[in-house]
Design a protein around this ligand. Structure first.
Ligand code: C2E
Ligand code: MG
Ligand code: MG
Length: 655
């Protein structure tokens, strides 16, 4: 018994502070009941003994006890809604145990003093009062077993001794019964409290586990939403937030801007300086974007594409987009280099441009596409003009699918002449007259064919026609230039089909010049270089068209195995100015150094021709000599300009 009592107290001492808080919470509604019970029962005993016992025992002592009980009752009631810390709860429980012991001692002493007064009924009332009250107290103290145990001990022991000496066998039996009942109750209470403590402990352990799982989940979610390279949020997070933001804007009526940022020349840096530098550059881009406008959500959508969502008006969007472009175009000091990239930005506004996330993204993407067509580093907001362009592009795309397309396509030829005005080559230029849409510039339909996946078929149709015409004039000794689109050069299937077509055409491959653009080379240098190698293996010549308009890199010029450069016609305007002439002179000098042929495009008048000849140009193309013309017309033009059809091929000049 004593061992189990010790164990019991040890267990109670070990009760965790968190359990103490729960104990106080459970005791708060019960202890006031205990004091009510004591007060009512004591008053009843005092009342029944009023005529038999001294006033000290029937009025004064019970009055003091009742006042003490009511005071404690008020304290407990007032503290009912206050929060307690674990330490405060422990202190309150200890205090309650001590007070319970003191009150139990006072009450039992008082009751036993009354026990000898009155007749059997009054004496029986005292015995019942003690027994019933101690059982009631044990119930009320079930969440504080120390107190229940103390009360039981302090009440039961004197109670037993008193009635043992009292001598009445009925009272002795009652006292023994009560002692037994209280012991059983204490045991049951102890078990109940143990279950209560364990439930609390496991609840706490569960809460800790849940908190850990929640923290882990939150961290996993953060990682799942973060781009590790830039520490910006990633594509998944971006689109989830876009949906949310659209809903919020719908409710508040605010304007939402979705922006897409695409880095220019990033691929070239990656190819030239390697992925480590490329990664560091992207991280720096992420840092700049994050620091620029903290209220704007910026995410990395993949590769060198970033997106932002901003709740600003359309006017604010224009400047924010341009600010981002300018910011990212600032030089990047990395690895002892000063790297420069450009940035284009396309934006769309909710609800003006589109009402769903998908459409908004499409519109911003279209604005980005248009922005990339123009000068570098500019921002464009999707507008009604773009809406019209999309409708027109869709009509062009439909017509590109027409089974009659082949009949509607034509090739015009524009001569390329040497310094004496003698034709050395012709450039094949695509012409399309759609019965529905009218005549269309290749500048319009070639990019649409590229975007919509029709370019392979279109290139093959045009090359077939150009070779078909040119085969009949092979004996003239001149060459034929044909334009390849950027997609052609980076598509191995198209390159192989071109090689097969040229090989079967009956035209000597070394009389075909394929014109490629810097854009194609910059898109995928390795792939472009492989294509060039393959094409050159059959003898085809390669010319770099529109030189100077794209992202020219002297490094590329040197590494690419090309045969000639075509200086873009936009340089012709600069001939009036000393700087313009200097640029052309330096390109010509560069070509000479690298042993490359050099043709100047867009020569329109005599003055320009003279200036170009003074700068050392040897080959020209432009309206000054001839407009692009149908094949039938070209035949006449060539013979008027000294091309003898029977002339041996060896007499032709190298352009
Ligand atoms: P490009 O290859 O640079 O062709 C030269 C363009 O300049 C032609 O425009 C030609 O008409 C124009 N041009 C020639 N001389 C002068 C001049 O003195 N002044 C002015 N202002 N312009 C001149 P076109 O035929 O409209 O072709 C435009 C572009 O479309 C071509 O530029 C080429 O990049 C592309 N293209 C043309 N045909 C084809 C084709 O069959 N396939 C591909 N992929 N692209 C083509
Ligand atoms: Mg060309
Ligand atoms: Mg050109």
């Amino acid at each position: 018994m004593s061992a189990s009592v010790l164990r019991f107290f040890r267990r109670l001492r070990c009760s965790q502070p968190e359990i103490a808080v729960a104990q106080v919470r459970e005791l708060r509604p019960q202890i006031p009941l205990l004091y009510v019970l004591l007060t009512v029962n004591a008053t009843a005993v005092a009342y029944t003994h009023y005529l038999y016992a001294p006033i000290l025992l029937t009025v004064l002592v019970p009055a003091v006890l009742v006042v003490m009980s009511i005071a404690r009752l008020v304290v407990w009631l007032r503290s009912r809604d206050t929060d307690v810390s674990p330490q405060e709860a422990m202190a309150q429980l200890n205090k309650t145990v001590v007070l319970a012991g003191v009150l139990a001692a006072l009450y039992v002493t008082w009751a036993l003093c009354l026990g000898s007064y009155g007749g059997p009924y009054e004496q029986g009332h005292v015995a019942l009062f003690i027994a019933a009250t101690v059982i009631g107290c044990i119930f009320c103290l079930m969440h504080l077993p120390q107190a229940a145990f103390v009360v039981t001990g302090i009440v039961s022991v004197p109670y037993l001794i008193y009635y043992a000496f009292f001598g009445n066998s009925v009272f002795i039996a009652i006292a023994l019964n009560i002692a037994l009942v209280t012991l059983v109750m204490i045991r049951v209470l102890q078990n109940g409290f143990q279950t209560f403590s364990e439930a609390l402990r496991s609840q706490k352990a569960l809460a800790i586990k849940k908190a850990e799982a929640d923290a882990l989940g939150a961290e996993n979610l953060r990682l799942a939403h973060t781009d590790p390279l830039t520490s910006l949020s990633n594509r998944r997070y971006f689109f989830a937030r876009l949906d949310e933001q659209i809903e919020l804007s719908k409710a508040s009526g605010s304007v939402l801007i979705l922006g897409l940022l695409d880095l220019d020349r990033f691929k070239a840096i990656n190819d030239t300086y390697g992925h480590v530098v490329g990664d560091r550059l992207l991280a720096e881009v992420g840092g700049r974007l994050a620091a620029k406008a903290p209220n704007v959500l910026v995410s990395r959508l993949g590769g060198d594409e970033f997106g932002f969502i901003a709740e600003i008006g359309e006017d604010g969007a224009a400047s924010l987009g341009q600010d981002y472009c300018d910011l990212l175009s600032e030089p990047y000091p990395l690895e002892g280099l000063s790297l420069r990239i450009g940035c284009s930005c396309g934006m769309a506004a909710y609800p003006a441009s589109a009402r769903s996330a998908h459409d908004l993204f499409d519109r911003a993407d279209y604005a980005l596409y248009v922005a990339k067509e123009g000068r570098q580093s500019r921002a464009l907001l999707y507008s009604t003009d773009h809406e019209k362009r999309i409708a027109r592009d869709a009509a062009v795309e439909t017509e590109l699918r027409s089974p009659l397309l082949d009949e509607q396509l034509q090739i015009h030829f524009q001569p390329i002449v040497d310094a004496t005005g003698r034709p050395v080559a012709v450039e094949a230029l695509a012409r399309w007259h759609s019965p529905l849409l009218g005549p269309m510039s290749p500048m319009l339909f070639i990019p649409i064919a590229e975007r919509t996946g029709h370019i392979h078929d279109l290139t093959m149709k045009l090359l077939g026609k150009a070779l078909g015409h040119f085969r009949t004039m092979v004996s003239s000794g001149i060459s034929m230039a044909f334009n390849l689109s950027a997609n052609d050069l980076t598509s191995p299937a198209t390159v192989l089909a071109i090689i097969a077509m040229i090989s079967k055409s009956g035209v000597p491959a070394d009389r075909v010049i394929l014109e490629i653009t810097e854009t194609a080379v910059m898109r995928d240098f390795e792939l472009a270089q492989n294509s060039i190698t393959l094409l050159r293996q059959i003898g085809v010549k390669i010319a770099l068209d529109d030189f100077g308009t794209g992202q020219s890199s002297l490094g590329y010029l040197h590494r690419l195995r090309i045969d000639k450069v075509k200086i873009d016609r936009s340089f012709i305007g600069g001939l009036q100015e000393p700087w313009g002439r200097k640029i052309i002179a330096s390109i010509i000098a560069l070509c000479e150094t690298l042993d490359l042929g050099c043709v100047v495009e867009g020569v329109e008048d005599e003055q320009q021709l003279q200036a170009l000849q003074d700068l050392g140009c040897h080959y020209f193309q432009g309206y000054r000599f001839a407009m692009p013309m149908p094949f039938e017309q070209l035949v006449g033009w060539l013979s008027e300009n000294g091309i003898d059809w029977q002339q041996p091929a060896s007499k032709a000049h190298r352009a």
